[in-house]
Design a protein around this ligand. Structure first.
Ligand code: GAL
Length: 355
């Protein structure tokens, strides 16, 4: 067997270049470079549902996450759930804090550390390990030159229902926690923030006991809400919002409301970030089971691939309620059929699907 055919066979067996399998991927890339392979060949692969390792070889801890693209680098923020999962009616892992990973190729992720750590010594603090810190999302504010993180803050019984805000001067922090509140006086659990091309930003948050999705305009500095908001998907109990814009239209993918258990996704499209939203149905395409469970996962973010028009990755979490720290990442490419979105399962894929 030649060196080249061995490498090809190894890749086919899934032995090489798995997302995060940096050491193996790097070796393969070096080998390929040595052999003068095409520069255009994929340098990595996404394997939804497998354990994804960072460049130190450790499992990535960035659940309920979101990605910021800033000056040539992607920053993935998410919940570090590397703590014991408590059993009981509302399963949870103690708060460790918000992690950040960086990447320039979306395949290999360097651990930038705990950019917003838990406040271990103060039981009354929003970030105390006994609380809930979920779904962190970061956007950059041009006016202030600040990176602003929004997240769901709660008590372990999920009755506190607030959003928290933290600010940093660098994407990798450290983030200064500024406190939490109920936006426009409304309860707030699952959430995301979306920044539009014109710099306007919006908080999407499940409210009215998760029955209705509120969309609240953020202030110019992104540190609070302005008072302008809309009620959307009224009474439909939608959660886990993931929002993006394509060809002048806004898309919002949500899950149903069944805790850590998966359920069917829904997509809606709008001419305006604050709605009204036109339902498009379930974007998942596949077996009845895949469609009913969103491939055993729940939406968290839609990641626009920088520099590729129309290339979007749907980021989902495959929760493991008995060991939340072992929850997996499911990233799948979004396909457009006119205005409709389709998302299909793939055991493995790379960015060439967008070519
Ligand atoms: C889900 C939500 C997660 C987490 C979980 C707790 O519905 O999307 O972020 O809050 O409930 O049970």
């Amino acid at each position: 067997m030649t060196r080249r055919s061995f490498l090809r066979a190894a890749a086919g067996l899934g032995l090489a270049a798995a997302v995060g399998c940096r050491r193996r991927a790097t070796q393969l890339e070096t080998d390929r470079a040595d052999m003068g392979h095409d520069a255009g060949e994929p340098k990595g692969v996404f394997r939804p549902g497998e354990v994804w390792l960072d460049t130190d070889g450790r499992p990535i801890q960035a659940h309920g996450g979101g990605v910021l693209f800033d000056r040539g680098t992607y920053y993935w923020f998410g919940e570090n759930k590397d703590a014991q999962t408590h059993s009981g009616f509302l399963r949870r892992a103690d708060v460790v804090g918000v992690n950040c990973y960086s990447s320039t190729d979306l395949y290999t992720w360097k651990n930038e550390g705990l950019v917003l750590p838990a406040a271990a010594d103060d039981p009354s603090h929003d970030l105390h390990p006994s609380r809930v810190v979920e779904r962190p999302k970061v956007i950059y504010n041009e006016r202030t030159g600040s990176y602003v993180m929004w997240m769901h803050i709660d008590t372990s019984d999920y009755q506190y229902a607030r959003t928290g805000v933290a600010v940093a001067k660098s994407p990798t922090g450290p983030y200064e926690y500024r406190g939490s509140f109920q936006p426009n006086g409304a309860d707030s659990r699952d959430m995301t923030v979306f920044k539009d091309d014109d710099g306007a930003a919006y908080l999407f948050h499940a409210s009215e006991w998760n029955k209705t999705m509120y969309i609240a305009r953020l202030s110019d500095e992104y540190l609070t809400v302005t008072g302008e908001y809309t009620r959307n998907f009224v009474g439909e109990s939608r959660e886990a919002p993931a929002v993006f814009k394509h060809d002048g239209r806004y898309y919002c993918i949500t899950s149903g409301c069944t805790g850590w258990a998966p359920n069917p996704a829904q997509c809606a499209v709008s001419e305006s970030a604050m709605g009204p939203w036109e339902p498009q149905g379930n974007p998942c395409v596949g077996s009845a089971e895949q469609v009913a469970t969103t491939f055993h996962s729940q939406s968290t973010f839609v990641l626009p691939v920088h520099g590729r028009d129309g290339a979007f990755i749907l980021m989902l979490d495959r929760w493991n309620p008995s060991n939340l720290g072992d929850s997996r990442y499911v990233w799948l490419p979004i396909e457009f059929q006119g205005e409709r979105l389709n998302v299909r399962w793939r055991d493995s894929w790379d960015l060439s699907v967008f070519d």
